[in-house]
Design a protein around this ligand. Structure first.
Ligand code: DOR
Length: 422
């Protein structure tokens, strides 16, 4: 048995927030609170002063495996996840070959089975992520696809997307969408506005996101599919999702720590490290994202962990790839920028990082209820630390290096085993 002793247990699935011991055995949660007889082989971890939460769930990561393993692979991605307190992740399909065929899913599943956390894979909506022909959803679902997405690339063909949503609704799996209409974008990765003008960059306007999101929420309403509007960056996209949710569409709003933490000025400081699709926008957008988190429109926090090599990010911002890593800073950014200023309680933050994404993707995760898998994150909600240029990820493309944050992961337990100790 493993006993996490004396911590503040937070389980958003039940609303429990109180001091209790957690008893773990056979890879499962045996009991929360109370006492049990201990034997000589039991291990006790003193977690007094720390928060004890369900293992974090990130339904939007890029582990680059197969095809781009110089940036990340399933094992380094899993190590970065464990260091960030995550015990379940869903990888996106923009690998090479793309995750659009059962053989690639099989390769990933075999490797993932040996990883220290639970690594799930989403399959592509269209063959080769080209937006022209649907993949075989039923076969990919059978091969283990957790959901469907062409993340990284918007799906421009509305009729094709409608067909995809009908198929996903039939199979009972979510479709996750990258909303940026390319016809409105001069160059992606930086918000079209003051900063892009200063840099003569071109940029991606907010309209490119909310117009496509509106189209797709409409299709979601018609098809009854469960849809995630991924990495929402613009105030008006939050309004679109809120509106369609009230109209009965099964639409979920996802937001990343970079979008609720930063504004477009970061590009002037950090250059290509701050280049991301969709881009970081204005303070008005950032505050609207926080309001969306507060009122529940944005129900999922995901990192969009997108590793790129040093060499790639050292290029001029106009030629560097978009994306940033995020697994090792996500929880601390949530505590620092959402909980400490009073926008969310710690339980509300954890709800968006555990039970909500787990339910949507039907993962056996996200709760500390008795009998649940013993996936647990222990963290100090008060410890301050500085983000160093030293990551478990193979890549270091973070604009948060040098920032002082609050909230530090102490232990990550997956399947009853301690897989990270901070
Ligand atoms: O900036 C991004 N990079 N946004 C995405 O949606 C994809 C990601 C990547 O794969 O690098």
């Amino acid at each position: 048995m493993l006993i996490l002793k004396g911590g503040r247990v937070l389980d958003p699935a039940s609303g429990f927030d109180g001091k209790a011991d957690v008893f773990i055995g056979d890879g499962k949660i045996l009991q929360i609170g109370g006492t049990r007889e201990l034997s000589g082989t039991d291990e006790v971890l003193n977690v007094e002063g720390f928060a004890v939460a369900p293992g974090l769930v990130d339904t939007h990561v890029h582990f680059r495996d197969p095809g781009f393993t110089y940036k990340e692979d399933i094992y380094t991605g899993a190590s970065a996840a464990a260091a960030g307190g995550f015990t379940s992740v869903v990888c996106m399909a923009n690998t090479s070959p793309a995750a659009d065929n059962p053989e690639t899913l099989q390769y990933i599943a075999e490797k993932a089975a040996k990883a220290k956390i639970h690594v799930y894979q989403a399959a592509a909506v269209t063959k080769g992520l080209k937006g022209r022909e649907l993949t075989d959803f039923a076969a990919l679902r059978k091969a283990g696809a957790a959901g469907f997405t062409d993340d990284g690339i918007p799906i421009c063909d509305a009729a094709l997307l409608e067909e995809a949503m009908m198929e996903a609704a039939r199979l009972g799996v979510p479709v996750s969408l990258h909303e940026e209409d390319p016809s409105m974008i001069a160059r992606p990765g930086v918000n079209r506005g003051r900063v892009s003008a200063l840099l003569d960059y071109g940029g991606a306007p907010a309209e490119s996101e909310y117009t496509l999101a509106e189209r797709d929420c409409g299709i979601a309403l018609r098809t009854r599919a469960e849809v995630v509007i991924q990495h929402i960056s613009a105030a008006r996209t939050v309004d679109v999702v809120r509106d369609y949710w009230h109209r009965g569409a099964k639409v979920h709003g996802e937001v990343t720590p970079q979008h609720f933490s930063l504004t477009e000025e970061i590009v002037l400081q950090k250059g290509s490290l701050a280049r991301v699709n969709p881009p970081i926008r204005t303070q008005e957008d950032r505050l609207a994202l926080i309001e969306g988190l507060r009122d529940g429109t944005l129900d999922i926090i995901a990192t969009d962990h997108a590793p790129h090599s040093r060499e790639e990010k050292a290029r001029d911002i106009k030629d560097a790839p978009s994306g940033m890593i995020g697994l090792e800073t996500s929880l601390a950014l949530g505590i620092t920028n959402l909980v400490l200023p009073g926008h969310l309680t710690l339980l509300e933050l954890l709800e968006k990082m555990t039970v909500n994404p787990a339910r949507l993707y039907r993962l056996p995760a996200g709760t500390l209820s008795q009998g649940a898998p013993a996936d647990v994150t222990v963290f100090d909600p008060d410890e301050e630390w500085t983000v160093e240029d030293r990551f478990y990820s193979k890549s270091n493309n973070s604009p948060f290096i040098g920032q002082r944050l609050t909230g530090k992961v102490k232990y990550t337990v997956c399947g009853g085993r301690v897989v990270y100790e901070g």
